[in-house]
Design a protein around this ligand. Structure first.
Ligand code: AMP
Length: 138
């Protein structure tokens, strides 16, 4: 497996070298909105310390991230009055990973509504509104 690349896009978000729409952070983790949301409220949870994915993460990194994933799952379910929550996570290119800093997707879901296809840039103002909605229930 390749080494962790400190110049990956989420490392740059952590260092605030590129913008992001943050919704929650604690000492160990950060949650921010996905720029290509596959459902309204789609967000990502990452550790603040470096690791590529589940395969090289420490138990401590995983525990911290999962605590925030659960917190954000409750938050998006409430904020969007969702019927369920999808949590996704990919490991290495063959596993569907595109950004090589551990992240979990958290998506509120409604009965009968499919996720949108991947790869379409979201509307910035709408994403900001969705972030405010999530923050208001935290
Ligand atoms: P994957 O590695 O397959 O889980 O995909 C990476 C995810 O990161 C995709 O859902 C992208 O829309 C999202 N993404 C990529 N760049 C950014 C960014 N600058 N800010 C927020 N989300 C991003």
């Amino acid at each position: 497996m390749a080494d962790y690349d400190p110049d990956n896009i989420f490392a740059k978000i952590l260092r605030e070298e590129i913008p992001s729409t943050r919704v929650f952070e604690d000492e160990e983790t950060l949650a921010f909105m996905d720029i290509m949301p596959r459902a309204d409220g789609h967000l990502l949870v990452i550790p603040k310390t470096p690791c590529r994915n589940v395969l090289d993460a420490t138990p401590e990194q995983l525990a911290a991230v999962m605590r925030t994933v659960q917190k954000m799952a409750h938050a998006v379910k409430t904020a969007f009055n969702a019927d369920g929550v999808t949590i996704q996570q990919f490991n290495e290119a063959a596993g569907g990973q595109e950004v090589f800093h551990l992240h979990f997707h958290v998506l509120p879901r409604h009965e009968g509504e499919s996720m949108r296809p991947p790869g379409s840039m979201g509307d910035f103002d709408l994403i900001a509104q969705h972030a405010e909605k999530i923050k208001s229930v935290l």
